[in-house]
Design a protein around this ligand. Structure first.
Ligand code: ADP
Ligand code: MG
Ligand code: MG
Length: 873
């Protein structure tokens, strides 16, 4: 005879490792039984039985026999009999999948009651009111769940009684309850149904319904949204009923072993006396809190405290539990790892290290960079009483308030003077300019990879997208949701971290690195191998970077040093110069300004390396827009403006025309300019060395590193280095300055010929923005707004390579460059300074391929420190 599969496990046969088979709830009940906590006895039907049932439309062979056997064992254990008129056993039939799907599937309580067992229950407990209450609950739940009868119809009957009797909550007399049961029977009849009196039929039908609830519409939708596979199935746990509705010494409730909001080590509980099951969640009465319990039921309180402590030590994490108190005795009905806010997650991890519950490494592994990141963005400060207007996908973290506008043109018209939230059915490439002047975005359509979502994340602004319940009418300039209509100018607050949005301006909390976050980062620093530096363009940014724990500057761009009001004119004259002597004349005027900038930088970064990149962008970026010059010339010619400006304007126009390029990003920029007009780099290097010498004379230790952009051929670097070393030597006191000389690696050819380039470089720094542009052949500025979202939405790309380094392509080139570079020069220092340097996945990759450090924007430094530590564990 073929062996029949085991489909049923008593609680004392299972354990927490059997989640796949018994579901989270079943495994938790078994585990709590095993460690001696007070769980009502019961058993679990496996997920495999569910899968077989859904596939074949009937219970698998042998399952029901096993259920009846286990039920029999249960009767013996409890000392009651299922269906017995004098001493009836009641059970709950509970769903429970391997992954938590809160509220998605069904549970039936009080199974086993009928017109005669209810009498037995009343007699046995000497509490008729309670027995009737349990019975009317069964009839209602069974009707709703097994027959799909409308909840509202039952609720209406309840409200009717309350109205008639003048009750303000669900507290009924025996008479009321009898009346309700009669009314419920009417509802059944109206829908052509009859409540089954046979307990075994109730059990079988309840099991079937729970199995079927795996495929209910809302459960399927929930799985789809959360990426949960459809083939896991749900287990069913059958649990002997305990009663929280037996009087004022009975209760039902939920508890978190620590505060899920703040993480404080204090049990957080909500409970209702004389209530059952879902009453707490359903909000039928206002619940009581843990401090009330301490006064009201001190013994239960003590037991609950002890239980929480046992569970936390056993599971080594904060737990979310469901319990019932029956006549002063505490029963546990569920435990699972508790959801918590990002802030709480950090605090709990650190406290648990201090309490000796988990190790430092575990604490680091428990806080994902995404969780940590959430604490670094502005957050909507809610009291919990605000009612959101609606909810969509939390597409880009952070929070913002502002008046709503319905088009990008309108946003541009209003400009930066007002805080605005752009509301659109969805956004397209045409919206990008308007998006740039808004604080955040709210869209009706689209998913996590929609245009609005991708652009929001790239801009670092909050977005809530795909609010299907909202309708946006851009022509009428209205937004309608839940019967409310908002117009242009109305203020909303969006929370891109939770996906909620609210009417009006809610307080937005600035992010802070609290003491717990600081502790976590200190621990991270102990474990990480990778260095963490910052991309900082101003001494102010450098200061923030230091405060956030950066160990130096990985990239200081120098172009903004040419932009100030006092400088741009000189810069333009320099660019318009026709001879090297002329150029030098203007550069000499810029020299003291640059020295001043570098001195500030070096002082801020005392004791740490500072990589300064020489001029990189195309020169025309420093010149005015062509149309503007033409208009000015036109004005002068028509009597407006000064005639003596004309020669200058005409020369400017000629220069702009000469410098015009088809592909500026692949044109005359970076070291190409440095080679053709060597005087520019001469001036910058002189400024660096003079500034360094000055700061060293102040008694400070500094480590300048000079970086050449856009090298693709070793001859470029050879030639530049030779000249600049001579330049450095010409500076007074230069021998006091120990500097490094290196290059960006941002052209694919540089990766392939890294061994040759390394001969002339003390360090490499991957410029992964340009390297990604050139490896993919995508213009970054065009890709983000125009086609990237399409590529992501349609699965052509799995992730945006400008956010996270593309391991297969760009990553392989980087690997090659590291290998070849270090082969030629073993002590070559290698880092990354592209935008991706702050992305956790990229950081892990950089660790893998042996980089020395990552460099990220100042506000990403904390996340980078954490990610670097996690990748080395
Ligand atoms: P959900 O997954 O929706 O939380 P549960 O199966 O956990 O559904 O049941 C909901 C609630 O019903 C429980 O929190 C508990 O209060 C009550 N309940 C379930 N089984 C029993 C039981 N055997 N005795 C008393 N109450 C029960
Ligand atoms: Mg539950
Ligand atoms: Mg570059």
């Amino acid at each position: 005879m073929a062996q029949i599969e085991k489909f049923v496990y008593r609680f004392d046969e299972g354990g927490k490792e059997m989640v796949d088979l018994l579901g989270g709830k079943g495994a938790g009940l078994a585990e709590m039984t095993k460690i001696g906590l007070n769980v009502p006895p019961g058993f679990t039907i496996t997920t495999k039985a569910c899968i077989a049932f859904l596939k074949h439309g009937g219970f698998p062979e042998g399952m029901m026999d096993q259920v009846m056997q286990a039920l029999h064992d249960l009767e013996n254990k409890v000392g009651r009999v299922f269906g017995d008129e004098k001493n009836p056993l009641l059970v709950s039939v509970r769903s429970g999948a391997p992954v938590s799907m809160p509220g998605m599937m069904d549970t039936v309580l009080n199974v086993g009651l009928n017109d005669s067992t209810v009498e037995g229950l009343a007699f046995m407990t000497d509490n008729r009111r309670f027995a009737m209450d349990a019975y009317r609950r069964l009839i209602q739940m069974f009707g709703e769940i097994v027959y799909g009868l409308p909840h509202e119809e039952f609720r209406e009957k309840i409200e009717e009684v309350k109205r008639m009797r003048g009750y303000d909550e669900d507290r009924f007399t025996v008479q009321d309850l009898q009346g309700l049961i009669d009314q419920y029977t009417v509802i059944y009849r109206k829908h052509g149904k009859i409540f089954p009196q046979d307990p075994e039929t109730q059990l079988v039908e309840s099991i079937k319904s729970v199995f079927n609830s795996w495929n209910s519409k809302r459960a399927v939708a929930y799985r789809k949204m959360n990426g949960i596979p459809d083939d896991m199935g749900t287990a069913v746990s059958i649990v002997a009923m305990v009663f929280g509705n037996m009087g004022d010494d009975s209760a039902t409730g939920v508890a978190f072993t620590r505060d899920p909001n703040t993480g404080e080590k204090k049990v957080f509980a909500e409970y209702l006396t004389n209530a059952q099951g879902e009453d707490v969640v359903a909000g039928i009465r206002t619940p009581k809190y843990i401090d009330d319990m301490q006064n009201e039921m001190p013994q239960v309180y003590a037991d609950l405290m002890k239980t929480c402590d046992i569970l936390e030590h056993h599971y080594r994490d904060m737990q979310d539990i469901e319990f019932t108190v029956e006549r002063g005795k505490l029963y546990l009905l569920q435990t699972r790892t508790g959801k918590r806010s990002a802030k709480a997650a950090i605090r709990i991890a650190i406290d648990m290290v201090d309490e000796g519950i988990i190790s430092e490494e575990e604490a680091l592994m428990r806080i994902t960079p995404a969780t940590f990141d959430r604490t670094m963005h502005p957050q909507v400060k809610t009291t919990g009483r605000e009612i959101p207007l609606g909810k969509g996908l939390a597409a880009s973290p952070g929070a913002a308030s502002g008046m709503i506008v319905f088009s990008s043109e309108r946003a541009l018209e209003i400009g930066k003077s007002k805080k605005m939230i752009l509301v659109r059915p969805e956004t397209t490439a045409d919206d990008v300019r308007g998006m740039a002047v808004c604080e955040g975005f709210l869209t009706q359509k689209g998913g996590m990879t929609s245009h609005a979502a991708v652009v929001a994340r790239a801009m670092g602004k909050p977005a809530v997208v795909g609010v299907e319940s909202m309708s946006v009418n851009a022509n009428e300039k209205t937004l309608t949701i839940g019967g409310k209509k908002l117009r242009e100018g109305d203020v909303v607050t969006i929370d891109g971290t939770s996906g909620y949005f609210y009417e009006g301006e809610l307080p937005v909390e600035k992010p802070t690195v609290d003491d717990y976050s600081k502790r976590l980062l200190e621990i991270a620093d102990k474990y990480r191998r990778l260095g963490v530096r910052a991309n900082a363009n101003t001494p102010e940014e450098a200061k923030i970077a230091r405060e956030n724990g950066a160990e130096g500057i990985g990239l200081a761009r120098t172009e903004r040093m040419f932009l100030g009001n006092d400088r741009i004119g000189i810069m333009r004259s320099m660019i318009m110069s026709e001879t090297p002597e002329d150029r030098k004349k203007y550069l000499d005027q810029l020299l003291p300004m640059q020295i001043h900038d570098f001195v500030e930088f070096f002082r801020t970064m005392e004791g740490y390396p500072v990589i300064i990149r020489l001029l990189d962008p195309p020169l025309h970026e420093f010149l005015p827009n062509k149309e503007d010059i033409i208009r000015q010339i036109y004005d002068v010619n028509n009597g407006k403006g000064k005639i003596e400006d004309l020669p200058y304007l005409e020369k400017l126009l000629k220069t702009v025309r000469d410098l015009e390029e088809f592909n500026p990003m692949l044109g005359f920029r970076g070291c190409r300019v440095g080679l053709v007009y060597p005087e520019i780099y001469d001036m910058q290097v002189r400024a660096i060395i003079e500034a360094a010498a000055k700061v060293i004379e102040e008694g400070r230790e500094i480590y300048p590193e000079i970086m050449i952009p856009l090298v693709g051929h070793h001859n470029e670097l050879r030639k530049i280095r030779a000249r600049l070393e001579e330049t450095a030597k010409s500076v007074r006191n230069h021998e006091k300055v120990k500097y490094k000389f290196g290059t960006m690696i941002e052209i694919p050819r540089a990766c392939v010929t890294a061994d040759k380039i390394a001969q002339y470089a003390d360090f490499f720094s991957f410029g992964t923005n340009d390297l990604t542009q050139m490896t993919f052949g995508y213009s970054r500025d065009d890709a983000e707004g125009k086609f990237m979202f399409f590529y992501l939405e349609n699965g052509i790309l799995e992730s945006d390579p400008f956010s996270s380094v593309d391991r297969d392509g760009v990553g392989e080139l980087m690997k090659m460059a590291v290998e070849r570079g270090k082969r030629a020069k073993p002590d070559l220092e290698v880092g990354i300074c592209g935008e991706q340097g702050g992305d956790p996945d990229t950081i892990e990759f950089c660790d893998e391929i042996g980089l020395d450090y990552v460099s990220a924007s100042p506000h990403r430094i904390p996340v980078a420190r954490l990610a670097a530590a996690r990748s080395s564990i």
